[in-house]
Design a protein around this ligand. Sequence first.
Ligand code: PLP
Length: 478
Amino acid sequence: MAKPSHPNMTAEEFRKWGHAAVDWVADYLADVENNPVLAQVEPGDIRSRLPARAPQKGEDFAAILADLDSIVMPGVTHWQSPNFFAYFPANNSGPSIIGELISAGLGVQGMLWQTSPACTEIEIQVLDWLVEALDLPARFSSSGAGGGVIQDSASSAALCALLAARRRIQGESATVLPSDPRLVAYTSSQAHSSMEKAMMISGLGSAALRPIEVDENFSMRADRLARQIEEDRAAGLQPFFISATVGTTSSLAFDPVALIAEIAQRYGLWLHVDAAMAGTATICPEFRWLNDGIEHADSYCFNPHKWMLTNFDCDCFYVADRQDLISALSVTPEYLRNQASDAGVTDFRDWQIPLGRRFRALKLWFVLRHYGIEGIQSVIRNHIDLTKEMGKWVAGDNRFELLSEPTLNLLCFRLAASDEVNQELLNSLNASGELYLSHTVLDEKYYLRFCVGQGTTERVHVERAWQLILRFAGELTK
Ligand code: PLP
């Protein structure tokens, strides 16, 4: 190797510090449950520990790594703690972290097939594997008109779906002319905020998104959807897009996708299905009912970076007809042209918003190969069983109200007391550092959300969480 003209890290130094870093991560993960789950710092605390300016001269790597413990760790909320029950999980695993490390090492930017054929082809194949493993409709596989691609997030998937839908209904004018103010889109009032954001970014405008009423289970009311579409058509508007949710963020409610698909077909609307967290459960045959109706969806996404042991970021986004997506997102300047593209290979730059892309398929490939489908099934089943058990404890204690029996891994419950008392309960639980829960508001009532999804969460952690909840609730209500 030529002598570097600048202070490069040598291969030997990289080996030394890389090993030290892997040791650090291994120790961190082995001990993560002994950290306060929610970072116990005030705004500005971490920044105040950093010098005002970047160092003029390079520093010793030992000092850089040492600052992980002194500067970074106090400001980390430990998402990988088995006592993390907040939001939806963003779990990781050894094989995923190793895949991420190697992806960084390769430093591949896989915008075109040619800029790293392995990046594109492993992604195509792994996403096809998942079509079969999750029993997704065959039309999402790359062997037909459709296909899958990894996006950074479900939010990007929603935006891409929206743009593809607009391209399909309006043809080329969708990409050339200002957005048509007659276009309207539909989702439930419980859908994730990323849908509204996609409307804002796309230029369609959030006012053109109709939040459809939900029923007592927080699922979209198909009759209200059909009625709203009729009203909009009568008003001279152009309904073109519906986003249904399989597992809403607030309470893991499921929209009636089969009924919604029928309406989408009746009026010729694009149907996107957002199964960001719940989609992973369909790896278990007993949860395949979650896929009911998606055989008619035009696009679908779920996040391995939530529940499939693949560290953030990794969203699998599928389309039934890739041409709509590519036509919506493809711009080809001369400097990107090459023979392989001209010959018709897949260039994933045309399936996403940015041009550049990381080799994210590597970590997903490693996870699937390390665990196998059976390994992932056992993790998912364990989480769901633990949630059900916790649900029984909550239901069996008349000081608490349970929103509903858990279907998957989320439990929403509250103390039978005021919202303020429940808020106080959550604050004191999280301030204890022993666990981390989040909250939502449903039917104007404040609920605590308890979601089981970390790779290392076991019965003992859930039992301890319940004991803590009982203790803090007891102190608040005595
Ligand atoms: N959709 C649903 C149903 C979600 O629960 C979430 C996040 O929790 C998202 C979309 C957004 O996910 P992302 O962070 O991947 O954009």
